[in-house]
Design a protein around this ligand. Structure first.
Ligand SMILES: *Cc1c(COP(=O)(O)O)cnc(C)c1O
Length: 400
């Protein structure tokens, strides 16, 4: 463990451990994007040769992304991000299913991102029926429960690949196989897992998949839908003929070029690096702080950059604010509802008692995270927890 004195000026900068929320845009991505703002700014749909460069940039990114998931470039639809893509996949498939009598049932899980859960709620208001599968205490769905939830009315299963809060990676190949055997569409939200674990849409029998650029060191406001050839969905944004009539609107050329570059820059070596630092952070917390519990699974079924701990007797928000004072960015279990006192739906779904769920912190690493940052974080977390536990009326005397 390094001493405070050894922390250089450079290191006193922010330690950013909230890469599940968003990531730093890689400077090489910015470099890739810049010419498409001021130099090659033509509309890709225009006919003249000035539009060739932007059109090529979009095509190049489409090819890079398709290749990474073993898809055809024609199966990639660019959107404005993960949330839009989730909406397009679910609503698009649901509205298309209306053409078929009785196809009115969707199955999802109760640990999905709000972009899925709230879209499902909206679809329920429009007459669709939704089953929300529960998960075990590590966040895994039970494939047998999924199978028995399927009815003759089911047309879509949407189960996320990796969970954004606790890092659980589902066996989506098994889910894909089951859906295929029943003739049901399978959608997966892969915003967190893309480039952090292998995805092969053919091997995994995926019909629709959501991707987001800003979770992988690309720019915000860009995403993509993988839409398997032959899968019928209804477009949500009507207008011009861009993106094969599935998503109208002039393409975000710089953003798309940046997204492609971000995918190109993400390598398996980064996964290994994050896994080593993840292990160091987990061990550092477990060895140095009593009464803690890692939420979510261990090993390869955990997202390489995710660490989520319950700290007994203290409040997540208090931990977050004290770490913020020390320049460390993390998130609490109630990341997306930080203004509300309700603990996160994911932590409740893995059966954490409410008081424990209130004391959880998520640390999400990136390829830019350093060993020094992890060491300093362990030291700071230990100090903060000790301090807060001394003040907390919940702490048993023997634990102070
Ligand atoms: C971030 C995220 C989204 C939303 O993506 P945006 O690009 O922010 O709209 C959806 N699903 C998951 C799992 C995410 O992590």
């Amino acid at each position: 463990m390094i001493s405070e004195d050894a922390r250089t000026e450079e290191m006193k900068k922010t330690i950013y451990l909230d890469n599940g929320a968003t990531t730093k845009v890689d400077p090489k991505v910015v470099e890739e994007m810049l010419p498409y703002f001021t130099e090659f700014y033509g509309n890709p749909s225009s006919i003249y040769s000035f539009s060739e460069k932007p059109e090529e940039a979009v095509g190049k990114a489409r090819t890079i992304i398709a290749k990474r998931i073993n898809a055809d470039p024609k199966e990639i639809i660019f959107t404005s991000g993960g949330s839009e893509t989730d909406n397009l996949a679910l609503r698009g498939a649901a509205y298309a299913a209306k053409k078929h009598k009785n196809k009115s049932h969707i199955i999802t899980s109760n640990i999905e991102h709000p972009a899925i859960l709230n879209t499902c709620k909206a679809l329920e208001n429009q007459g669709f029926r939704v089953t929300y599968l529960d998960v075990d205490n590590k966040g895994f769905i039970d494939i047998k429960k999924l199978e028995s939830a399927i009815t003759e009315n089911t047309f879509l299963v949407s189960i996320m690949h990796a969970n954004n809060e606790i890092g659980t990676i589902q066996d989506i190949q098994a889910i894909g196989e089951l859906c295929k055997s029943k003739g049901i569409l399978f959608h997966t939200d892969a915003a967190q897992s893309f480039t952090k674990t292998d995805i092969d849409v053919k091997k995994m029998d995926i019909d629709l998949m959501s991707l987001a650029s800003h979770k992988i060191h690309g720019p915000k406001g860009v995403g993509a839908l993988y839409l398997k050839k032959g899968v019928d969905i209804i477009n949500l944004i009507t207008g011009g003929h861009q993106e094969r009539d599935i998503r109208a609107g002039t393409e975000n050329v710089p953003g798309i070029a940046g997204f492609g570059k971000a995918v190109e820059l993400a390598t398996p070596a980064h996964i290994d690096k994050m896994k080593i630092l993840r292990a160091k952070l987990i061990k550092g917390i477990e060895d140095n702080i009593s009464n803690t519990k890692l939420n979510g699974p261990k090993g390869d079924s955990r997202l390489c950059n995710n660490v989520n701990f319950a700290f007994r007797y203290v409040e997540g928000e208090g931990i977050l604010l004290h770490l913020d004072e020390k320049g460390i960015c993390v998130s609490t279990g109630s990341a997306c509802s930080s203004k509300s006192l309700k603990p996160s739906h994911v932590l409740i779904a893995i059966s954490l008692p409410a008081d424990v769920a209130h004391g959880c912190i998520r640390f999400t690493l990136s390829r830019f995270t350093t060993e020094e940052e992890i060491e300093h974080t362990i030291k700071c977390v230990r100090e903060v927890i000790e301090e807060l536990r001394k003040m907390s009326p919940l702490t048993p005397k023997e634990d102070i």
